[in-house]
Design a protein around this ligand. Structure first.
Ligand code: ATP
Length: 356
């Protein structure tokens, strides 16, 4: 990354006995789309509020373009925040809502009109300038809120669950718009979300948080294909956890493997020593399902049709059920005997067996 725009170093924050942030460090680059992802209560809103200046860290530093932000009030930070509730002004029309920050900065009338027109066009609201807020749909309100928070050209925009109030179909469409607007404005976006699909779809990089800590920071594909911890593997996407013991290269059995309850799975054990307990995380869509041939033997216990794929639950040992996503057109019935197989690089090996 080039010199980071935002640097968070060893930030801790507690509310009484509750530790909301524990030694959080991360960096966001200029023009980057960054997501803070995690379950409710993991500290992502607190971190965002620290960046915006609504909360102060107990320890640690937050800098923007190298300048320390401690003691700088929210309105003096080159950072804007878009609230989940949008917080639009109901008594002002769309144009005036977007112009609000610019008027406060004392910009000239013509400059304000030009900037608002530019944002109306960018958010596909060109004919809505004189509409009242209560005459807009949910998606339109969301776009006004976005235009309003971008109008004063902040260096960084913080978005709290930006698509949370929209229904599923609209959310998908809006993801494309949000990405496009971020690309056009080249503003750093930091979104807070508990929705893994949203983080994967939108962000250049994702910080997965849990219990006030950052578990992993990486690009969406890396997070999905190479989760660093069991928590990340389970929280981002669906997965199977296969418990076993590492068997490293031995003369009679070339290649390392995970010895699971139902057989031997070739794998790359990395640093894990011979005999170590480990967990292999394998996504359902990486598991091929055939009626015969090589593979792990199992019996279809149940299935759900999902359109693009059919998700099968296949019992492979007395107390092990694997989920496999069979491709479109696959026909399976409860009780079918099947073979499951996946390439040795399909899984992510996590140390520590059931712990972790
Ligand atoms: P959500 O998705 O539910 O908003 P979150 O990941 O954003 O959750 P935070 O809101 O940052 O989590 O909260 C982290 C922890 O800090 C929680 O245990 C929360 O109850 C606590 N907390 C947050 N703000 C305060 C506060 N002002 N006073 C006391 N406790 C707080």
């Amino acid at each position: 990354m080039n010199a980071p725009l935002l640097s968070i170093t060893n930030v801790c924050k507690s509310f009484g006995a509750v530790v909301a942030l524990e030694n959080v460090s991360l960096h966001v680059g200029p023009g980057e789309f960054f997501a803070l992802l995690g379950p409710s209560g993991c500290g992502k809103t607190t971190l965002m509020r620290c960046i915006a200046g609504f909360e102060a860290p107990d320890i640690g530093a937050i800098t923007l373009n190298g300048a320390d932000l401690s003691g700088v009030p929210p309105f003096r930070r080159p950072v804007n925040m878009m609230f989940q509730s949008y917080a639009l002004f109901p008594h002002l029309d769309v144009f005036e809502n977007i112009a609000f920050g610019l008027r406060r900065q004392g910009e000239a009338r013509d400059a304000i009109a030009a900037r608002v027109d530019e944002l109306l066009a960018m958010t596909q609201l060109s004919n809505f300038g004189r509409r009242r807020i209560d005459e807009l749909s949910g998606g339109q309100k969301q776009r006004v809120a976005l235009a309003r928070s971008l109008a004063p050209r902040p260096k960084m925009l913080l978005l709290d669950e930006p698509l949370g109030a929209l229904d599923r179909k609209l959310r998908e469409e809006t993801q494309f718009q949000l990405k496009e607007i971020q690309r056009l404005t080249q503003t750093s976006f930091v979104i807070v979300t508990h929705d893994q699909d949203e983080a994967l779809a939108l962000a250049d990089r994702i910080a997965v948080m849990r219990g006030g800590r950052v578990e992993q920071v990486a690009g969406p594909m890396e997070i999905y294909d190479h989760p660093a911890t069991r928590f990340v593997a389970g929280f981002v996407g669906e997965t199977n956890f296969i418990e076993g013991r590492i068997e490293r290269h031995v003369a009679r059995n070339p290649g390392a493997a995970l010895i699971a309850a139902f057989g031997r799975i070739p794998c790359e054990p990395g640093d894990l020593p011979d005999g170590a307990q480990a967990t292999l995380s394998v996504r359902p869509e990486r598991i091929g399902v055939t009626r015969e041939g090589e593979g792990i033997s199992g019996v279809v216990e149940n299935f759900v049709f999902r359109g693009e794929t059919t998700l099968l639950r296949v019992r492979v040992a007395e107390n092990v059920v694997l989920r496999a996503a069979a491709g479109h057109g696959a026909r399976h019935a409860i009780g079918d005997a099947v073979k499951l197989s996946f390439p040795s690089d399909a899984g992510a090996l996590l140390g520590g067996g059931e712990i972790g």
